[in-house]
Design a protein around this ligand. Structure first.
Ligand code: ATP
Ligand code: RIB
Length: 325
């Protein structure tokens, strides 16, 4: 995608800001089990923040609406967002609760398990959303997840719809959602487990992804994209269904892969590309992220995604000699 010649779409991301406490280990611990792990690192994260940075690095003008505690974790995070040229005007401070933290285990195959202590994210209220009404009204897309109160997500989705702004929802962590919320969502982007929670169908292959996407669609959302980890993604665009195979890469750390997918997808959607093309672009962007450690540090820039797409096209056409563009 040529970013120089096209307008930067305006995306408002509403969601969490966390600090990720990450331990690498040979395997993820079972309930009741203690295991000896490897290295520890502390990195910026949070589904909201990761998606905001992904959208910004991939060419959008991003406003991030979030809440931090009155602490260094939160202040450092805001500095990072500023350095990514994200509008931080609507990042509020909660004097009573600490900034969000996520405890993350990553095994040697790159798989993870995560517990989030949302802290201040839990006090992002509809009143906070009111303060950003003008930004929401002016956006191309509002992108949200569920690490903030669902009432706030419902309120923001209704506000966006009032202004004709399309809502993209990544229903993570998994939750049962109200009809009122689903009615205001344009595109929903669950992973396998979230799709199962929404549809009641266990998703383990293309057939079950098709069934689950139809069941979710029957709740009133025309467009459903289920991310399937190492199996890629499944797209339901009204009555058209497409399986997008994953890129062939070696996974080092899949933390935040879904966030990169959502941010990348939203940038393409805001530019008016068809759903399938948005998902293909997002699939490539997410595949780059999983080859690197961390959530935000792994998020690719547009030039990197373009290079990967060029490489894939040459591989498909059998031309492996010409240079990357
Ligand atoms: P996370 O919670 O770890 O951020 P998620 O569960 O929300 O991720 P996934 O469905 O696991 O999301 O992955 C999102 C996307 O990342 C996939 O649709 C795919 O494009 C890419 N991806 C994830 N794992 C792999 C893999 N092993 N190989 C290639 N691509 C992958
Ligand atoms: O999706 C990955 C993110 O989930 C991590 O950065 C962690 O903070 C949790 O919110």
């Amino acid at each position: 995608m040529d970013t120089e010649t096209i307008r930067r779409p305006k995306i408002v991301v509403i969601g969490s800001c966390n600090t990720d406490m990450v331990v690498k280990a040979p395997a993820l611990p079972l309930p009741g089990e203690t295991i000896l792990g490897g290295t520890f690192s502390m990195n910026p994260g949070g589904k909201g923040a990761n998606q905001a940075i992904a959208a910004a690095r991939l060419g959008a003008d991003v406003t991030f609406i979030s809440k931090i505690g009155y602490d260094l974790y939160g202040l450092n995070a805001v500095e990072i967002y500023r350095s990514e040229r994200i509008n931080t005007e609507y990042i509020f401070t909660d004097p009573k609760h600490p900034s969000g933290v996520a405890l993350i285990s990553v095994d040697y195959s790159g798989e993870n398990s995560i517990i989030v202590a949302p802290g201040a994210s839990r006090s992002l209220t509809p009143e906070d959303i009111d303060k950003a009404e003008a930004r929401i009204a002016d956006a191309d897309i509002v992108l949200m997840q569920l690490e903030i109160p669902v009432e706030t997500v419902e309120y923001a989705a209704a506000m966006a719809r009032k202004y004709g702004v399309s809502v993209v929802l990544n229903p993570a962590p998994a939750a049962i959602l109200s009809e009122a919320l689903l009615h205001n969502v344009g595109v929903i982007l669950p992973n396998r487990l979230e799709a199962e929670m929404l549809s009641g169908i266990k998703v383990n292959d293309e057939q079950t992804a098709w069934l689950a996407s139809r069941a979710i669609g029957n709740k009133g959302i025309g467009d459903v994209v289920i991310t399937l980890g190492r199996d890629g993604a499944f797209v339901k665009d009204n009555d058209e269904y497409t399986m997008i195979p994953a890129c062939n890469v070696e996974a080092v750390d899949t933390t935040g892969a879904g966030d990169v997918f959502c941010g990348a997808f939203s940038v393409c959607l805001a530019r008016g590309l068809p759903l399938k093309e948005c998902a293909e672009f997002a699939n490539t962007a997410a595949s780059i992220a999983i080859t690197r450690i961390g959530a935000q540090s792994a998020i690719p820039y547009m030039s990197e995604v373009n290079l990967a797409i060029g490489r894939q096209r040459r591989e498909t056409s059998g031309d492996t000699e010409s240079a990357d563009y």
